[in-house]
Ligand binder design. Structure first.
Ligand SMILES: Nc1ncnc2c1ncn2[C@@H]1O[C@H](COP(=O)(O)OP(=O)(O)OP(=O)(O)O)[C@@H](O)[C@H]1O
Ligand SMILES: [Mg+2]
Length: 350
């Protein structure tokens, strides 16, 4: 539904160039919620602004719903009619809501419809329908300053849906909200994704957001996508930094001649008593150093870090047993165990 090829953005300032996007190939499938995560300055906002051509890419192409937006945009500095039309099929939600304070809630939602030249009556009908959809049917006549942050973001989402978009882009939509409101907004995005078949591309620096609603995720660093895939694929990738961030497990070997392994459980394997089977079958004492279990996309997924007595060479058979049970087993290098990837999560919103 959204594809970028070699997307590159170089900002020119007076004395230097900043490469914010460095050949990004992104592929978001129809109907999925896709999260892009990365540290501040990684290029996340640049990516989302290039996807709807709010920002002109320096090179590369952007295709949304089969339309090559980069070709539509041409070379002119201002958006032409074809691009404006294509863009109306892409909704955008912002961190700071970007509502007009002089307009009522309803008039804010009507704004994009006015720009599209929709008649007054039809605008009203559509705006009220959308406000109902986001749970604000009774706030049509209120002004933004009379709303809570979560309510303002609901208005922002209703406005983004005005052009019946197939794609919703969200740049840190929940970063200015408290945890409980964040959950309710994420739930709303999930509901819209399911009810309307909306494809959602969201940018966040919070791993929890990815965990709560994303089907797929990508990790950005210095303008590049360094990892991407469905959450299950990522968890099945040995050494995946995203998987580690989604399911952090810590702990180091208690003695140099012990072996530490990370086990990832998905689906049916998550319900099996594999650890006790392992202990009984090989008569070994197993220590659990850390564990994280969660439900992702309705599936039970988890990771566990365990310690087995003896060096790796002595544990080849028990590790083979775990793999035979359909589990993914990664042996933690004792030297690398202390260098667990830096936390992505930064404190609060900027
Ligand atoms: N309009 C601009 N002019 C010049 N440089 C810019 C511009 N916008 C962004 N940059 C630079 O491009 C890089 C990527 O910025 P971007 O805003 O895309 O990062 P981000 O991942 O969204 O960060 P954050 O999490 O802080 O929002 C940064 O080095 C930034 O300083
Ligand atoms: Mg940003």
């Amino acid at each position: 539904m959204i594809t970028t090829n070699g997307l590159t953005k170089v900002y020119q300032s007076r004395d230097r160039e900043v490469t914010a996007l460095d050949g990004v190939d992104l592929h978001v499938r129809e109907g999925e919620v896709y999260g892009v995560i990365g540290q501040s300055g990684a290029g996340k906002s640049s990516l989302i602004r290039c996807v709807n051509l709010l920002e002109r890419p320096t090179a590369g192409t952007v295709t949304v719903d089969g339309v090559d937006l980069t070709a539509l945009a041409g070379n002119g500095r201002r958006a032409n009619k074809a691009l404006r039309e294509a863009r109306s099929r892409i909704g955008m939600v912002f961190q700071h809501f970007n509502l007009l304070s002089s307009r009522t809630v309803q008039a804010n939602v009507e704004l994009p419809l006015e720009i599209l030249g929709v008649s007054g009556k039809e605008r009203t009908r559509k705006a009220l329908e959308l406000l109902d959809l986001v749970g604000l049917g009774d706030k049509a006549k209120a002004y933004p300053q009379q709303l809570s942050g979560g309510q303002k973001q609901r208005v922002g989402i209703a406005r983004a849906l005005a052009g019946d978009p197939k794609v919703l882009l969200s740049d840190e939509a929940t970063s200015a909200l408290d945890p409980e409101t964040t959950r309710s907004i994420l739930q709303l995005l999930r509901d819209l994704n399911q009810q309307l078949g909306l494809t959602v591309l969201l940018i966040t620096h919070e791993m929890d957001v990815v965990k709560t609603i994303c089907d797929s995720a990508a990790l950005m660093k210095k303008g590049k996508i360094v990892e991407s895939g469905t959450v299950s694929e990522l968890l099945a990738t040995p050494g995946s930094e995203l998987a580690h961030e989604l399911f952090p497990v810590g702990g180091t070997a208690s003695a140099p001649d012990h072996t530490v392994v990370d086990i990832t459980f998905h689906g049916a394997a998550a319900g099996q008593p594999v650890i006790s089977q392992l202990a009984r079958t090989y008569n070994i004492d197993i220590s659990i150093l850390g564990a994280a279990m969660d439900t992702v996309g309705g599936r039970q997924i988890g990771r566990m870090r365990i310690e087995l007595p003896g060096r790796f060479e002595e544990n080849v058979v028990p590790i083979g047993f775990l793999r035979e049970q359909g589990l993914q087993v990664d042996v933690v290098d004792p030297n690398a165990a202390t260098s667990i990837p830096a936390q992505l999560v930064k404190e609060g919103a900027k």
